[in-house]
Design a protein around this ligand. Structure first.
Ligand code: PLP
Length: 403
């Protein structure tokens, strides 16, 4: 009989969004006519930019011609044309990342989860709380010790390190999911100093960097001095360019990331990652990589920013409603997420149930992202404009009635 991974059995039975989907389905069964507006799951709704679709179609056509057909990609880490496009993009953000330090993947979630393979199970993992659940879940599956840095109302949901506590692997996310908060360069420098003092590695998730509007907020950790000696960065085209159904992202592992193995030799993390990927990953499809490369062209950037601007306007509509109602919130600027305090000090799930029952609007209970999320709630700006306006009209009446 196979021995099971008992660590998984110790976790909550379902991933957060499966629980939410179940609740909505149960509600729909009892209220078939309810006009539900979904502002919970962080999926995009606008179609992919035409220039990106054209590039994908061209890639498909090439696959149907003997001379241009592509089979397995040699390294599985991405075609040179895409890695070069990403490297050039980093230059525009003010970061120096060489094409060979970039690995193309099928989305940031995979690498956020898979990166644990290259580290031993006796590492101490530091996660800011609340957090995107994948960081905690992937480490719990391998039974690792996890400690938390509190993000809360007092620090504007931007946790900072406690230098008296040791960690080996640190997860940071900016702009943050779920709180929408962002780290300044000065704050990131403190995290880099902390990582270096602990000989630790930072796993930096920049999946929402394209939503940053404030020129002073870094769009990559590599814009901050010292990051290339201690940080891996993961980014995604899912929210940047509507790739949630296409699947493409990239991970940067700088050559300068070198750590000591048990036998005393210095080992680049890139070597371990390449070995891991060589055994477990065969790369992203050629047409999708063609599409991804089009995102980084001038026309691609122009078109994807039209969509981003649409979501940013939704975020403004939601934020304005919170401000009008006197509700405390973070995010909404530099981020597609609005993270607000539940009215009347309600707990997150009670508020979820009440809001669904009263106004048929769905959001995400903050407690699903960690203990500091209790009493908070996340709405996303990825919906349709008219539905967002309608949801906020319902929300305003609902909250005013609660007062
Ligand atoms: N990182 C964060 C912070 C996210 O919120 C998400 C998706 O919601 C991801 C990574 C994963 O994105 P992808 O679709 O590229 O797997």
């Amino acid at each position: 009989m196979p021995k099971l991974n008992e660590n998984i059995l110790k976790m909550e039975k379902n991933y957060l969004f499966i629980n939410i989907a179940k609740k909505i389905n149960a509600f729909k069964e009892n209220n078939p006519d309810a006009d539900i507006i979904r502002m919970g799951i962080g999926d995009v709704t606008l179609p992919i930019a035409p220039v990106v679709i054209d590039a994908m179609k061209k890639g498909c056509d090439e696959m149907g011609v003997k001379e241009t057909f592509k089979g397995y990609e040699d390294s599985g880490a991405g075609y040179d044309f895409l890695k070069k496009a990403v490297s050039d993009y980093y230059k525009k953000l003010g970061a120096d990342v060489a094409p060979d330090e970039i690995r193309i993947n099928d989305g940031a979630k995979s690498d956020c989860g898979n990166i644990v393979d290259i580290f031993g199970n006796d590492n101490i993992i530091l996660v800011t709380d609340p957090a995107y659940p994948v960081y905690v879940d992937s480490n719990r599956m391998s039974g690792r010790k996890i400690i938390y840095a509190d993000s809360n109302e007092e620090n504007g949901f931007a946790a900072m390190p406690d230098f008296s506590v040791h960690a080996d692997i640190i997860y940071l996310c900016s702009p943050n999911n779920p709180t929408g908060s962002v780290y300044t360069s000065e704050q990131l420098k403190v995290w880099i100093d902390y990582a270096k003092a602990n000989d630790a590695v930072i796993i930096y998730d920049s999946a929402y960097e394209a939503f940053i509007t404030d020129a002073n907020i870094p769009r990559s950790i590599y814009c901050v001095e010292g990051a290339k000696e201690c940080a891996i960065e993961m980014c995604s085209l899912s929210k940047t360019a509507g790739f949630t159904g296409m699947r493409c992202g990239y991970t940067v592992i700088p050559d300068t990331l070198v750590y000591r193995s048990e036998n005393g030799s210095d080992v680049p993390l890139s070597q371990l990652w390449n070995r891991r990927q060589g055994s477990k990953f065969n790369g992203v499809s050629y047409p999708v990589q063609c599409a991804a490369a089009a995102v980084f062209t001038d026309e691609g950037q122009r078109q994807i920013h039209e969509n981003i601007a649409y979501y940013q306007e939704n975020a403004r509509i939601i934020s304005d409603t919170m401000t009008k109602l006197g509700i405390k919130f973070t995010g909404g600027v530099n981020s597609p997420y609005i993270w607000f305090k539940c009215p009347n000090n309600m707990d997150s799930w009670d508020f979820f149930d009440l809001m669904l029952a009263e106004i048929y609007v769905v959001g995400t209970p903050g407690s699903g992202f960690g203990k500091n999320g209790e009493g908070w709630f996340r709405l996303t700006a990825f919906g349709d404009r008219q539905r967002t306006i309608e949801a906020m009209e319902r929300f305003e009446k609902f909250v005013n009635n609660m007062k």
